[in-house]
Design a protein. Sequence first.
Length: 298
Amino acid sequence: MIESTSLKEATDVPKQKHFKSRKRQKKIGQIVTYILLIGISIVLLAPLFWMVFTSLKPMEEVVQFPPTFFPETFQWSNYTETIQAFPFFQYMKNTLYITFFVVLGNVVSNSFIAYGFAKISFPGKKFLFSLVLATMMIPGFVTMIPQYILFTKIGWVGTYLPLIVPSFFGSAFNIFLMRQFYLSINDELIEAAQIDGANHLFIWSRLMVPLTKPALITIGITSFNGAWNDFLGPLLYIHDEDMYTLQIGLQSFQSQSSTQWNYLMAGATLVMIPTVLLFFFAQKYFIQGMDLTGGTKG
């Protein structure tokens, strides 16, 4: 009995050492991973901090050599002077107007179209969905000239319509994203609603939309970011200075005279704040929305 006990203890010792060794290796791996992630984050955030700190410097510090990362003198008046230097609030109002309708159009149209591809049977559905996905392979610059000619023919150039209306016709990636969410929802839920007399419009608006909230928020975030930071679209279609967006306003402010980099960086920081705040408060839904397995599984 004593020999068997001692033999068991002898065999347990290597197992314990092996377990401790694996645990130690796992901890070292986690530390290395954290160090790498922190290092990559610093590299990626360095330009952002450089922009913010430059916005707080007087012009003498901005142009001095060698350059300094942190301001020697914090000049907060750069922000107020930037706002007064060009119609900042008018341009922000214009940008918000466009962004609101772009987000609304993308959320509604992509959700509605994806529901049809996921839950409604009709002839040629697979072919049409493949055709929609195939449009992702067409570069935007290929369709830019035909679109401009089309909008010119119908008299939309010089208005916000070319920037807003296309969002109400869906986009391939967002349709694909929403379709994946809808496919993960049990068809029995829809069948039960149809038995109770609900049509597809009611099922989509009252049942499907609440279940796919993470995907809808993801589409809303990406749409907001794209519309808020869009430079090329307003540059092509908007000619009236009173209708400029913030991106065009910053560009025109830069080209007015010799570039005041501290003011320009202050304006860029102000323009960036809404997108940073939006992602910060909605990042949980954004991460959930990129999970293509979707909402409720049956």
